[in-house]
Design a protein around this ligand. Structure first.
Ligand code: PBG
Length: 340
């Protein structure tokens, strides 16, 4: 008789046959920041904070000390600095460039990733530049937006960003950003492309956190239709050909099939973003006492990694890293007791 349970008998055997393991180095911590000197808790994301510049640097250092290799920055821009052309996005003295410089000065070995998209800077709240056509309908201009994204990516590179991550879903932006970076000798700056970014309702809490929701319309003419998976393969092939260094799927937990498909399609490293709505679902189930937080979070993360993501952007990065560290020191303690 076949007895698969033999391989599940003891913690030691299970540890040997385990196919997927999590480590702090798998995580990338998204961090929110603003111009204020005081931190603000984000209402729809319990436990997540929008940081002042000073405390952002401290928080980035705390994450790095836990073994988390990278942070990704998301700014809340003052309403007065937003404009239809999103000019503030490439201001060398803007919030993001100052944050990059401050983090790199304090924690030079921490990898700093920046979001390249116009929504926090755009008075229309879209990732691209908006124009009204003759019928009065809203259109998101592709090529004009890509020019501005290149300026934004260059601005981040000049400030010292290690990786720029275009999350806008405009066509052709990876190739254009690569050319722009190379032309200014930023050949070592990586591009982590949001390759398969879906038009998801699970971004709701994030847009609240940054006050960056579209003033009109939605993002369905540039972000992908949740009903599509072959289209993710098409985007993967394009981003690879355009010179992306890493690809991302977003959201993560409900899109494991997409992660697996992208993983099979490319030889590039694949990242997945466990987004704000996923965080909120897990957090509220735990806060209600309905589900065990540590267990559901680690299970959600191992599932994302099992599907094929080697990097996971998650608001749980610090907690998960702490749990994993405690677990491994706990296991070592158990082992030494057993072997005595
Ligand atoms: C902006 C951006 C969004 C997220 C990351 N970058 C929001 C959006 O596209 O509307 C969502 C992240 C999250 O929900 O945690 N381009």
């Amino acid at each position: 008789m076949h007895r698969p349970r033999r391989n599940r008998q003891t913690p030691a055997i299970r540890a040997m046959v385990r196919e997927t393991t999590l480590a702090p180095a798998d995580f990338i911590l998204p961090l929110f920041l603003h111009e204020d000197a005081v931190d603000t808790p984000i209402a729809a994301m319990p436990g997540v904070t929008r940081w002042s510049l000073e405390n952002l640097v401290r928080e980035a250092g705390a994450a790095h000390a836990l073994g988390i290799p990278a942070v990704v920055l998301f700014p809340k821009i003052d309403e007065s600095l937003k404009s239809p052309q999103a000019r503030e996005a490439s201001n060398d003295n803007g919030l993001v460039p100052r944050a990059i410089r401050a983090i790199k000065a304090a924690h030079p070995t921490l990898c700093v990733i920046t979001d390249v998209a116009l929504d926090p800077y755009n008075s229309d709240g879209h990732d691209g530049i908006v124009r009204r056509n003759a019928r009065g309908e809203l259109t998101i201009l592709n090529d004009e937006t890509v020019d501005v994204l290149c300026q934004q990516a260059l601005c981040h590179a000049r400030a010292g960003a290690d990786i720029v991550a275009p999350s806008d879903m405009m066509d052709g932006r990876v190739a254009a950003i690569r050319d722009a970076l190379d032309a200014e000798d930023f050949t070592n700056v990586l591009i982590l492309s949001y390759t398969a970014k879906y038009a998801s309702a699970f971004y709701g809490p994030f847009r609240g956190a940054l006050d960056s929701m579209p003033k009109e319309g939605d993002k369905t003419t540039y972000q992908m239709d949740p009903a599509n998976s072959r289209e993710a393969v098409r985007e993967t092939l394009l981003d690879e050909a355009e010179g992306a260094d890493m690809l991302m799927v977003k959201p993560a937990g409900l899109y494991l099939d997409i992660i697996a498909k992208v993983r099979e399609t490319t030889t590039l490293p694949v990242a997945a973003y466990q987004v704000s709505g996923e965080y909120l679902m897990l957090k509220s189930a735990a806060a209600g006492g309905w589900l065990d937080e540590r267990a559901i979070v680690l299970e959600s993360l191992v599932a994302i990694k099992r599907a094929g993501a080697s990097m996971i952007l998650t608001y749980f990065a610090k907690e998960a890293a702490t749990w994993l560290i405690n677990e491994s020191t706990g296991e070592r303690a158990t082992h030494s007791i057993n072997s005595r």
